[in-house]
Design a protein around this ligand. Structure first.
Ligand SMILES: Cc1cc2nc3c(=O)[nH]c(=O)nc-3n(C[C@H](O)[C@H](O)[C@H](O)COP(=O)(O)OP(=O)(O)OC[C@H]3O[C@@H](n4cnc5c(N)ncnc54)[C@H](O)[C@@H]3O)c2cc1C
Ligand SMILES: NC(=O)c1ccc[n+]([C@@H]2O[C@H](COP(=O)([O-])OP(=O)(O)OC[C@H]3O[C@@H](n4cnc5c(N)ncnc54)[C@H](OP(=O)(O)O)[C@@H]3O)[C@@H](O)[C@H]2O)c1
Length: 454
């Protein structure tokens, strides 16, 4: 094994990138990791995706924050690879590039009227609620009574829950102040959640739907007719690995049988429906839905339109049907899957591994999995890096300080030490409102907190 320091650039400071940095430095002192982050703060979707009313989920940050004290690891936030630094420039300075950029683009329905005003990606709403600077200027008109959320995954459920809760219920969370004020003026009364398949095929998890069924000020409604079970669905519900699916189904069945409650808001789950068109009529949106039936064998059931339609008027629509990665110049990109093509994390070009290029997290495997899933995934890819390390570190690389290059370019980068100051300032700002923190929601405010300008 060579004694030369292995210089690694990690692109993205979400859980996948940080778990990779932790695994790389766990047993090797001859490694230096520079982490590049497009946003002005670290932690990716742990900070900007996890809902404000799920603070326990963000506890993982405590463990990951220990990386900031490791002299072998540096952070350069507010630096976008592909814009501020080219991939070729990184390749000239690092033996290893680990791409951990996640997936920012949301998948589209590709139906007429999808760009009608009032139709939003749910991730924009969640980013806005969470104070992500990318969405600080987005406006959501929450004044009308009806909202539609399309999709049956946990992002859709988070969106529905945040719309359903009152501003008071969210007050003592780290919700962004702008979102808190807007939600206080919300006129929403009814939220429809649309799934193209049935309750047995829903992608959301038990804990999340249970939480929705227990909201004190909002009724959850399931149509008993949607709970009918075909033989293929029966098989899906009673397979060896169906425990979670069956628990969800049984919960939904019990909700479908319970009496309606008289409260201000309701969430209605509509299964077996696909949006086919969105149109605006006199300032009100309407979503045209085709009623589906499922075809295919157990585990392979797909939704097919029946030719029967219904239309639901609504004021605002959110789309939560998954994500896609974005290409970065200089890195192979699989347009069809929206990921960086790879074999076990080694990025490939035309099927052949590209030495020194790796992918972890969502950009490696697609937009599925919880925060913890990324730990095992990144650790496995780091094993591949360690296997390749001797060959990779024999290449001569430019070890001039990254800070010099970034300063020469006038890029206002943010380090771990800067982040510690921002973190303390946010916690202090939250104190008066009894909030865990009051986030800065623009890059300018973050730099101002550090006494710097953009
Ligand atoms: C709305 C939402 C809520 C979620 N809630 C939960 C939850 O409650 N519990 C749970 O366990 N899981 C949750 N998940 C799933 C979890 O967030 C993901 O599994 C995880 O964040 C994926 O990690 P990642 O590091 O691949 O991507 P990300 O967390 O997205 O991190 C990628 C990082 O790379 C940065 N980046 C991108 N491109 C560049 C570039 N060119 N240069 C520099 N930096 C770049 C991004 O700014 C980002 O910070 C949620 C997901 C979403 C979308
Ligand atoms: N609280 C949490 O723990 C939490 C919160 C948020 C996210 N996450 C995790 O993050 C990951 C991503 O979540 P996600 O909700 O974005 O994705 P997801 O779990 O993959 O769910 C996507 C949903 O969109 C539906 N869909 C896809 N294309 C559609 C179309 N054209 N028309 C109608 N519906 C369509 C899918 O239906 P089909 O099944 O029919 O394809 C599915 O119901 C998941 O692993 C999730 O568990 C976790």
């Amino acid at each position: 094994m060579s004694n030369a320091i292995l210089r690694v650039a990690v692109i993205g400071s979400g859980p996948a990138g940080l778990f990779a940095a932790a695994a790389l430095t766990k047993n090797d002192n001859n490694v230096h990791v520079d982490i590049f982050e497009r946003l002005p703060t670290p932690y990716g979707l742990i900070r900007f995706g996890v809902a404000p009313d799920h603070p326990h989920t963000k506890n993982v940050i405590r463990r990951l924050s220990l990386l900031a004290d490791d002299p072998r690891i540096s952070l350069y936030a507010n630096v976008m690879v592909g814009r501020d630094l080219e991939v070729a420039e990184l390749a000239a300075r690092y033996h290893v590039l680990v791409f951990a950029g996640g997936m920012k683009e949301d998948r589209k329905l590709n139906i007429p009227g999808e760009s009608t005003p009032g139709v939003h990606p749910a991730i924009d709403f969640i980013g806005w609620v969470n104070g992500n600077p990318d969405y600080s200027d987005v406006a959501f008109d929450l004044s009308g009574p009806n909202a539609i959320v399309i999709g049956n995954g946990n992002v859709a459920l988070d969106t529905v829950r945040l719309l359903a809760k009152s501003a008071d219920e969210l007050a003592e969370t780290d919700i962004a102040d702008h979102a808190s004020r807007a939600l206080a003026g919300s006129g929403l009364q009814k939220i429809y959640l649309i799934g193209r398949r049935g309750p047995a095929q829903a992608a959301f998890t038990y804990r999340e739907i249970k939480e929705l069924s227990e909201l004190p000020n909002c009724d959850l409604v399931v149509n008993p007719a949607d709970m009918a079970v075909t033989s293929a669905t029966h098989e899906e519900l009673h397979g060896e690995r169906s425990v979670q699916r069956r628990r969800i189904f049984e919960l939904l069945e019990s909700i479908s049988n319970r009496p309606r409650r008289t409260v201000n808001k309701s969430i209605e789950l509509l299964f077996f429906r696909s949006p086919v068109e969105i149109h605006q009529d006199g300032g009100i949106n309407a979503v045209r839905l085709e009623i589906n039936r499922l075809d295919g064998s157990a585990g392979q059931q797909r939704a097919h339109g029946t030719g029967e339609f219904e239309t639901i008027p609504c004021n605002i629509v959110f789309r939560a049907i998954g994500f896609r990665g974005a290409a970065v110049t200089g890195v192979p990109y699989d347009e069809k899957r929206g990921i960086f093509p790879n074999i076990d994390g080694r990025i490939t070009r035309n099927g052949k591994c590209l030495p020194g290029y790796y992918a972890v997290g969502w950009i490696k495997r697609g937009p599925v999995g919880l925060i913890g899933t990324n730990k095992a995934d990144s650790t496995a890819v780091v094993k591949r890096i360690i296997e390749d390390a001797d060959t990779l570190r024999s290449r001569n690389v430019d070890d001039a300080p990254m800070t010099d290059l970034l300063s020469r370019r006038g890029i206002p980068f943010i380090t771990f030490n800067d982040w510690k100051k921002i973190d303390e300032a946010e916690i202090e700002r939250g104190r008066s409102g009894n909030k865990p923190r009051e986030k800065f929601t623009t890059a300018a405010d973050i730099l101002a907190c550090l006494g710097r300008t953009q």
